[in-house]
Design a protein around this ligand. Structure first.
Ligand SMILES: NC(=O)c1ccc[n+]([C@@H]2O[C@H](COP(=O)([O-])OP(=O)(O)OC[C@H]3O[C@@H](n4cnc5c(N)ncnc54)[C@H](OP(=O)(O)O)[C@@H]3O)[C@@H](O)[C@H]2O)c1
Length: 340
């Protein structure tokens, strides 16, 4: 299969390019960027010296790409821009895996509240949100797949099955997440400079982080009722990785064995979900470079809360790795092809 990455010069795009060049069942036919047009891939991504197969960046020209023989496009673009590329791609019969928020939120009013006007609302009905371990089975017949956000993956994987099985309550859910700075993309902004971020950690986006839209919509789908969550994101002094700690009241009578039984049942045979023993905490150091989510939980009998911890690599299971996992499942390839 011939695939292309639009926005290949960004952090998620670069991650995708590396994975796809090493993937035995696809050919990377196009890597695009507006600013790097004409440059050899390895000049922009020096980690690929000697391994870029002679590829050069082409312009992010939607019409020209739509007319190419690429069958599936990954959109590693900012929200808003992604939808404008999806339009001609879908009209030309291409498949799209979008890493932005443009097709993650089914409810248009919610999207507009968090992200502003949608650039292709008419395509929402043709899109499905696919967190592979949680998505309802019918998603493969839709031409647009929205790959989940990095924070949402770290929260939905542990929480969704617990809400669905009634092991936890729907009230008083608090998620504290710590992200590496690559989560903000390859942009030059004062707050993301080395001097600001090294040796420092801070909360940001309290009460209004955009990922809330997707987290709460998905939790409501899995729990069967509106679900509100206190989401506290933090920037941590690391390049990549997300560590999330969720506190949620246990449902009456539920204990940690019930919680693990639900997880085992939900994730049995899923290669990218690792359940750690209760009391052992996931660590970004051990998931960075992999497509895994590590999970663990303890029950605090003093407060009645479960304290649930997860860790993942924001650029792999939180972005490019999950997108390749989706492509594998969509194309009938083994789920783990090209991934660790
Ligand atoms: N970073 C993460 O951890 C992460 C995780 C999950 C999802 N995501 C999502 O993935 C998408 C990309 O994120 P990123 O962090 O990789 O961003 P990034 O590092 O800032 O890269 C953005 C890419 O898009 C291109 N681009 C920017 N504006 C454009 C426009 N108006 N039209 C066409 N191309 C444009 C840029 O190249 P040129 O300017 O040269 O065209 C670049 O290749 C975002 O929607 C983000 O929310 C990111």
């Amino acid at each position: 299969m011939n695939v292309g990455v639009v926005g290949a010069s960004g952090y998620s795009g670069e991650t995708l390019v590396k994975l796809l060049l090493g993937h035995p069942l696809v050919t990377l036919g196009a890597v695009t960027s507006r600013q790097q047009v004409g440059k050899p891939l390895a000049q922009v991504i020096p980690a690929l010296r000697g391994a870029d197969r002679g590829l050069r960046f082409v312009d992010s020209n939607a019409a020209a790409l739509a007319a190419s023989d690429i069958e599936l496009f990954f959109l590693a673009l900012p929200h808003g821009a992604a939808a404008t590329f999806a339009k001609p791609f879908i009209a030309a019969g291409k498949k799209v895996i979008d890493l932005s928020a443009d097709f993650r939120i089914a409810d248009l009013a919610t999207y507009t509240r968090y992200y502003g006007d949608h650039q292709a609302p008419e395509l929402l009905a043709q899109a499905r949100y696919v967190l592979p371990e949680l998505a309802p089975a019918d998603w493969k017949r839709f031409p647009i797949v929205a790959a989940p956000g990095c924070y949402p993956t770290s929260i939905l994987v542990p929480l969704a099955p617990l809400l669905r099985d009634g092991v936890v309550t729907r009230e008083h859910i608090v998620a504290n997440s710590f992200s590496g700075v690559s989560g903000a993309g390859r942009k030059v902004e004062g707050n993301y400079l080395f001097v600001e971020r090294a040796e420092s950690a801070t909360a940001y986006g309290l009460l209004k982080h955009r990922h809330l839209a997707e987290i709460e919509e998905q939790l409501a789908l899995h729990s069967g009722a509106p679900t509100v969550i206190q989401f506290n994101p933090h920037l941590a002094p690391m390049r990549r990785g997300i560590a999330t700690t969720i506190t949620v009241p246990a449902a009456p009578g539920a204990n940690v064995d019930n919680l693990y039984a639900t997880w085992h049942n939900a994730y049995k045979g899923r290669p990218f979900i690792q359940l750690l023993p209760s009391g052992e905490t996931p660590d970004t150091a051990f998931v960075t470079g992999t497509n895994r989510v590590d999970l663990s939980a303890v029950h605090d009998v003093r407060t009645g809360n479960f304290v649930i911890t997860s860790a993942l690599d924001n650029l792999l299971k939180g972005a490019g790795g999950q997108a390749v996992q989706i492509m594998n499942l969509w194309s009938g390839f083994p789920e783990t092809t090209g991934l660790v």
